[in-house]
Design a protein around this ligand. Structure first.
Ligand SMILES: [Zn+2]
Length: 143
């Protein structure tokens, strides 16, 4: 990819990075706030509020896993930015072909071409097969 073209994606990536960063920061504040509220709550209400606390924990876990996704994305973006600096941007990490511009404009941090991505997803699916096998066994036992 020409450096001039890569600059366009660099701008996109930097913008996306900033957005994710701000997202993560605001989420951090929300979870800190929730924790300090719980800490100052009065103890006598503890038992009756257990259900509420469970919901809170669930909500916290949900936002934590969301944060995990965002952090993962941030890393992908970091990677892509480094590749631009090294003039390696826009190439599939598995087969080495140039990733189509159409794909990069949707996912500027894409590391694989569509073909290789499909291949990776197939691999993931087959490793999930064990999980569905277990589910079937449970069904049979129940009947
Ligand atoms: Zn490929």
């Amino acid at each position: 990819m020409k450096k001039k073209d890569a600059e366009v994606y660099k701008k996109k990536l930097l913008k996306e990075k900033e957005r994710l960063f701000l997202n993560l920061q605001s989420m951090d504040k929300t979870s800190l706030h929730a924790t300090s509220q719980e800490g100052s709550g009065n103890l006598s209400g503890y038992v009756s509020h257990q259900a509420d606390i469970a919901t809170d924990i669930y909500e916290q876990e949900k936002s934590l896993s969301f944060m995990g996704n965002e952090e993962f994305l941030l890393e992908e973006i970091e990677d892509a930015l480094q590749k631009i600096d090294k003039n390696k941007y826009g190439k599939c990490e598995i087969c080495g072909i140039e990733i189509p511009v159409k794909r990069l404009s949707v996912e500027p941090y894409a590391k694989l071409c569509m073909e290789c991505k499909k291949g990776e997803e197939e691999k993931k699916k087959s490793s999930d097969a064990y999980g569905s096998l277990q589910k079937n066994t449970r069904k049979r036992r129940g009947a």
